[in-house]
Design a binder for this molecule. Sequence first.
Ligand code: NA7
Length: 855
Amino acid sequence: MTGTKPADVDVAVVGAGFAGLYLIHKLRGLGFDVRCYDQADDVGGTWYWNRYPGARCDIPTTDYTFSFDEELEQAWTWSEKYATQPEILDYLRFVADRFDLRRDIEFGTRVDQAVWDDAARVWRLRTSAGEELTCRFYVMATGCLSLPKRPDIEGVDRFAGEVYFTGKWPHEPVDFTGKRVAVIGTGSSAIQAIPHIAEQAESLTVFQRTPAYSIPARNGPASSERLAQIAKDRAAYRDAARWSPGGIPGEYEENYALLMTPEQQRERFEKRYAEGELFAILGVFNDQSARLPANDIVSELIREKIRERVSDPKVAEALCPKDYPFGTKRPCLDTNYYETYNLPHVRLVDVRETPIVTVTETGIDTSAESLNFDAIVYATGFDAMTGPLVSVDITGRDDVTLKQKWADGPSTYLGLTTTGFPNFFTITGPGSPSVLSNMAVSIEQHVEWVADCLTWLRDEGYRTIEPTQSAEAGWNQHVADYAALTLTDLANSWYVGANVPGKPRLLYPYVGGVEAYRAACDEVTGRRYLGFALAGPTGSECNDGVVRRVQPDVAIVLNLFEALGVPGVETLPVPDARAFMTAMAATRMPGPEVGEIVDGELPGADGPLPYRLYRPATPGPHPVIAYFHGGGWVLGDLDSDDPLCRDLCDRIGAVVVSVNYRHAPEARFPAAADDAFAAVEWIAAHAAELGGIPGQLVVAGWSAGGNLATVAAQRARDAGGPPIAGQLLICPVTDSDLSRSSYEENGVGYILTTATMRWFWDHYADPADRTSPVCAPLRGELGGLPPAVIMTADFDPLRDEGIAYAEALAAAGVPVQHVRARGQVHTSVTMVDVVLSGAAVRAELADCVRGWLTA
Ligand code: NA7
């Protein structure tokens, strides 16, 4: 780029911490000239500022380290499992010296303003030193926790004694000997500082608003096991970190608390607790981050440990977090934190009981007392993730500032870029794993992604890169979809911006993990920068699109199916396919409890048929749903759709009668359809005996069962009864035409395949019968049918015939609600406790059905 550049430098970087240092080194090596700015007087970023007593890393330092250079790794040895702030700062200084990075850094200098000049296609920067400079690319490497939050406490400026902020600790030694010290806050910083301050202070009073979940760090020498792994094959170890959920290689096995006995739960917990590592305790059970009952188990076990560590039961209780799930606020690792409260000169003030009224000239007044101090330490946290970005005046195209654009919350593509701000990158920005991961790994990935991108642009002759609106909206949606699977909204944490008054509430980091995130980034680059508009003097290019459209939990299931090599059922003989389905059903979670489940028999068209009745726990009588399971008329039984039937019973408050009709190939068309109609007639006639409300009968089914349900409704209309209040059709088969685009788009890779559908049809009906409305209800007369709710899934071969049926019913004057399940597959809503995102869809379906029944 040098020689052709229209700007003073190719790249300007803000921040000389881990990210800025590696950016300088990496980009320099690729022939870009770089200028870096930092307000601090030296390198270090977060480790320059956070020099409070006890400050240390809480990711094992063997992993919280640069991995891009093997020689660098060999040249540095960490002294402990969790290195202290001075040691980490020394390391970053060592890195800066080793690669001669300081010559490109302006210390003590802040970038006050950055404005995109669209005509010149450069960023124009103004610094606190009065310097003006242009750059082609502008990178904010400012860290996620670098803007301390001003404490929202009355009177903070009045105190005449010593005042300290953990996030801006003085460089000179601070001595608390003989002093009465107050610490406000009990987050990670306070938890690290408190035991050290208590060692010196004459008295220490800790003001706690929300207790943290903390476990012993068990600091000491670095894990010998980990060191041995690194020594054995460093490259493999680092690669495993890059492709792990959190950025540290480790044990990520399947362990569902809700499937374990209490003894197994405790054993597993103790093992993980003993490791003294964040990812270990965050991953005791697979279901703890998504399911409250599983989380409750871990939370209670941690509270038990806290109670063991604190002598005074009242103080212990106050230190036990009880109103938010474990992991929804940043958990802490400590050394003697809880034990510090056993010291006679240390006191805890619970500001929820006795709020701070004001800071005074001499101390702090609470609602209960006036306390005098010599020093106040604010450990009150940061305006995280977005604060450091929007606090700089960054103006993109059309005079829009980043602060304005993000007024309702950050909007990014991959947490790296944002529309309206060409050639602008954020390292570990909102919408990337960042603070939920090992930062060192995430920083390296972002730096390398940016470096690759700049190199590619140079090679392709492009001058600008900017994400498209749709790519960015798609990414934001994906980030939000992932967040919705977690319990993070149940805590007022900085993860969701709740610690800063007025900050938009959403989960700022990407919770999908380092591995999934890296795969998405790689896919974007592999598809010629999917979702980016690229332009240069000789042309432009835009491969618009959304990189992740499948719901995150569905994607996990699909990956699992692929990893397990689950065979297509059409490759198996029918008995084996059935046995396989039964085996799969046996391993899943059961679905919600209902009032009662009774098995029985009802008369079908040609002999008795088994049914299973689900009764709500609420007093009856209830409306009745005649339900038909899926399985392509070949597979499925009363067990196959059991969790879904429980869920419908529970949500709708209806008796669900699931009927096991005759199956093909033993009983081909129209046996199943005849059985379904016979069952509907019988259920209608016996509604009262079944505990139902006569006349409030809904037909329902999933997949082939949806086909049978609507065929039964068509027959009932033609036969003059029984009356049907509505049809709940979940991904129904409505036609025998397998040439619709959804068969093309979704025919492979989304569980139900085109090949399987063909196999089902071949078993069920002769080609000559397939145009009959009893086979293909879309081809029938649709006027006069009961209201319908039709759910279609985006990634289902049957999607388009479901949509066509909804449209045809509407055209025939039938009231129809079409529920489009975004990012879902054919099986999603039946996987009740597996695909959690299906719950919102089932809730929508249930609302609609309840609407008919109460109308
Ligand atoms: P945190 O984790 O945000 O902790 C800040 C603490 O300060 C937290 O306990 C807050 O209580 C408390 N706080 C904030 N404002 C007040 C007022 N007005 N009154 C009483 N208490 C208050 O910041 P840290 O620096 O400890 O840690 C930041 C991250 O750095 C950490 O997560 C690691 O990733 C490294 P609240 O919970 O808001 O009730």
